[in-house]
Write a protein that binds this ligand. Structure first.
Ligand SMILES: C[S@@+](CC[C@H](N)C(=O)[O-])C[C@H]1O[C@@H](n2cnc3c(N)ncnc32)[C@H](O)[C@@H]1O
Length: 289
């Protein structure tokens, strides 16, 4: 790759200066770090925007970003990585079912708040709600799941709650009966599940409107895109919003090691606040032993 061109005949010219502008803006707006090795990915994800806007090169696109705030959401939506699936990292949902829900039942807990803080197209919050399904039908319980993401396109898909039938392979048969309706080649999430989830756009870098405490916070597979400084700030803010006997659940390649000393690892990528008397849950494994 030459310094000015992505390959011999790129559709659009992207200079080093253009890439620098784009990665600085992405970092400021989203916290996402885009190293030089991601230049090809950035180029291919943004090409569509240049075509839609009728631009001839990335210089023109950078000018648009500089002078037209309306393009910013499209820029952000194009750059986010939204990979997800139902019951991804299944051990987290097993833990929710076998340990957390059991604890809540024993405590007689009536008010439950869960936050899926980078929910993408919705599979994560729907998997949480499906796991909680036996509790959702109990009228005396007040259960709410907040599902947020920065990307407005994925949030719209999440809110629609309609997925290709192929995705059913990740959802257990008995859960399918109580949580989804088939619609030809697709399926929809049943109202009982959907009605407990509140979808909202939220940038983890900016201010958060929520005041109340959460019993479980999921922040999975988004911190990998952030630098250590951003991770530290976000985790410290999670601690403030997490109840003392709550749980913080992160992604398989993420860790709080060197990021926060306010949490204790109690299972594979599952943490509790240090103020809580914690115990190791060996059946769920521990990382970095
Ligand atoms: C790879 S997906 C992870 C989805 C889900 N948590 C999972 O583990 O399957 C990462 C999500 O983080 C979102 N994201 C990236 N930067 C963000 C930010 N600053 N604030 C909120 N969400 C962000 C992206 O839009 C994307 O949907």
């Amino acid at each position: 790759m030459s310094t000015n061109h992505l390959d011999d005949e790129p559709e659009f010219l992207m200079t080093d200066k253009n890439f620098e502008y784009i990665r600085t803006l992405a970092y400021q707006q989203t916290g996402i770090v885009l190293p030089e090795r991601k230049k090809h990915m950035v180029y291919s994800r943004l090409c569509r925007r240049l075509r839609v806007l009728g631009h001839n090169d990335f210089g023109e696109y950078c000018q648009t970003l500089e002078h037209n705030n309306d393009e910013l959401p499209n820029f952000i939506n194009a750059l986010t990585t939204n990979l997800t699936s139902f019951f991804r990292e299944r051990h987290h949902f097993d833990f929710l079912n076998d340990v957390v829900m059991d604890q809540w039942r024993k405590q007689g807990k009536k008010r439950i708040r869960i936050w899926s803080s980078a929910c993408s197209t919705g599979e994560e919050p729907y998997s949480i709600a499906m796991t909680l399904q036996p509790m959702l039908a109990q009228a005396q319980l007040d259960i709410k799941i907040l599902a947020t993401d920065l990307d407005t396109n994925v949030l719209a898909k999440a809110q629609a709650g309609i997925y290709p039938k192929d995705n059913l392979e990740h959802i257990a048969n008995d859960m399918q009966k109580s949580c989804i309706n088939l619609l030809g080649n697709q399926f929809e999430i049943k109202p009982l599940i959907k009605n407990h989830i509140h979808f909202k756009q939220l940038n983890l870098l900016q201010s958060w409107p929520m005041k109340g405490s959460f019993d479980v916070i999921f922040c999975r597979n988004v911190m990998i895109y952030f630098d250590a400084e951003t991770r530290k700030k976000i985790i410290a803010r999670f601690r403030q919003l997490l109840s003392n006997d709550g749980y913080l659940i992160i992604g398989h390649s993420e860790t709080l090691h060197h990021i926060s000393d306010e949490f204790v690892l109690i299972g594979h990528t599952i943490y509790r606040p240090k103020t809580h008397t914690t115990h190791s849950l060996s059946q769920f494994g521990t990382e970095g032993k």
